[in-house]
Design a protein. Structure first.
Length: 330
């Protein structure tokens, strides 16, 4: 189905990729929302925390955050507010250990972990069988989402999906983050990951020697020392090869929007998939500018373009999936 696409025009005062990437996090005001937390106990003894916007009878939008993100992340808050304005209900799935409390098991989450997403979607479908469901993923969460969609194919029980600023090729993303100013993002995220490891070591969940092993100079080394062995991979290369979503894009069958910028400092342009790699259900919305989960427009005031683009796409398909009211006397 064709759709009218609103063009993205970067704010004149935020034209560089790094300003687009950093400004929303460092200077963008987070919408204040009343979120209700729910804890899901998992069959393996661990837990997942969900943060819900107020109850409505409308469609559901499940949000997947990026690496070390949460419902406090600016992009997640902005989308939840936009979803709420439409009369829909939003819910953020916190990956294991990202809700403010370390998870119970040595394993946590990673870019290719789709089992928890599948489990939560199954819970939502069982609870609300008549409500249309969409999933939106950012960065790492976008990779998880696209991989899951491609793995499941026609069996996916959702109406539509959106993925933003996805590291389609994890090895290429790891290389890009060792270059130029992108090393700042690598340092920032690795610092957070090291803290997560240290908290679990302090609780006795992980062995103490992992504290030193987590002091890695780059993502490849951290993933080779920590992520891969904790999650059953032979090493970083095995993890990247099996978890990158790019190889799964051809199997996606539900309407899916992929928004990405060629100047994303987390991924080189050569790693962006082409139209030949995706099926007719996938819309590639690729822009020259926008940074990583940035896409800030506006002339004098910041305009978070994604908060219009994403609901507009979802609305096209969620309305189609909305069940008709029962017929009868008025």
């Amino acid at each position: 189905m064709s759709e009218d696409r609103e063009p993205f025009r970067p704010a004149g005062w935020l034209r560089s990729a790094h300003l687009q990437t950093l400004w929303p996090t460092l200077a963008g005001r987070r919408p204040e929302l009343a979120l209700a937390r729910e804890r899901l106990e998992l069959p393996d003894g661990d837990f997942l925390d969900l943060d819900w916007t107020p109850v409505t009878a409308g469609p559901l939008v499940l949000v997947l955050h990026g690496l070390e993100g949460s419902s406090r992340s600016r992009y997640a808050r902005g989308l939840l507010a936009a979803v709420q304005r439409r009369g829909w209900q939003g819910v953020v799935l916190h990956f294991r250990g990202c809700s403010g409390e370390p998870n119970r098991l040595p394993r946590s989450y990673h870019s290719g972990e789709t089992g928890d997403l599948s489990y939560v979607v199954g819970i939502l479908r069982a609870r609300f069988p008549g409500r249309p469901l969409a999933v939106v993923g950012y960065s790492l969460g976008g990779n998880v989402l696209l991989k899951w969609l491609g793995e499941a194919g026609p069996a996916v029980p959702i109406a539509c999906a959106v993925a933003v600023s996805v590291p389609f090729d994890l090895a290429a993303a790891a290389r890009r983050l060792t270059m130029g100013f992108s090393r700042f993002y690598q340092w920032w995220l690795l610092r957070s990951l090291r803290r997560s490891v240290a908290r679990k070591v302090a609780r006795g969940v992980l062995p103490s020697e992992l504290t030193a092993r987590a002091a890695a100079p780059d993502f490849w080394t951290f993933d080779d020392r920590i992520t891969a062995p904790l999650h059953g991979f032979a090493g970083a290369d095995d993890y990247y090869g099996r978890s990158s979503c790019r190889q799964y894009l051809g199997g996606i069958t539900v309407p899916t929007l992929v928004v990405h910028a060629r100047d994303d400092p987390f991924l080189s342009p050569e790693a962006i998939p082409t139209a030949a790699e995706v099926g007719p259900a996938v819309t590639l919305d690729i822009h020259d500018r926008g940074g990583h989960v940035g896409f800030v427009a506006g002339r004098w005031q910041p305009d978070f373009w994604l908060e219009r683009r994403i609901p507009a796409f979802l609305g096209t398909w969620l309305v189609r999936a909305e069940p008709l009211p029962p017929r009868g006397r008025q």
